[in-house]
Design a protein around this ligand. Sequence first.
Ligand code: SF4
Length: 221
Amino acid sequence: MVRESKRARQARMHDEYAILREVFPAPECALHFSNPLQLLIATVLSAQTTDRRVNTVTPELFARFPEAADLAAANPQEVEDIIHPLGFYRSKTKHLLGLAVALDERFGGEVPRTMKELTSLPGVGRKTANVVLGNAFGIPGFPVDTHVMRVTGRLRWRSDWRDAHPDPVAVEREITACFPPGEWTDLSHRLILFGRATCHARRPDCVECPLAATCPAAGAA
Ligand code: SF4
């Protein structure tokens, strides 16, 4: 591929994203929740498992422990039993209880609405904070997960695409600089959906890919 200017790359990004908007017109958070606390808990639980699996345990968890204070005072064994199907249930229970205690003691049980406050909570990194900001509060957030990392690398939407271990914060900064804030959350959703549906980690389906005409990695990923 001939070296692409920054302007040409950004134009291509917007063209490719327009196609993803058509393919995924109404993306949604795959985790089930009905308030910010539930989404925060579900997102923390989703580490090293699937959203679908998390959705199988959270109804019971949320019903049994509706408030942060309930979870903060929980018997760990009871929480472990509920989230057992997710794996790593002992460490996840420990994290959840620590998070609930911090929420209860420092924020009156309410989930805070800023990146700084969210990431001050134990076990909450930028990815989780961006999920909560964007999906629970409607505050622009761009969660960078493994799908976002892979897809933006193959499409060369980011300058560090050759890097085997790119810095997620740098990826977030570079990609969000190219799109309006109001688009960030859906952009992340669409890249994740696209990564799951077509641009798979092992065998990307370049033959059927709607972006194959312009993707620099088409047929070579
Ligand atoms: S053409 Fe292939 S590598 Fe490029 S985005 Fe599509 S599936 Fe991924």
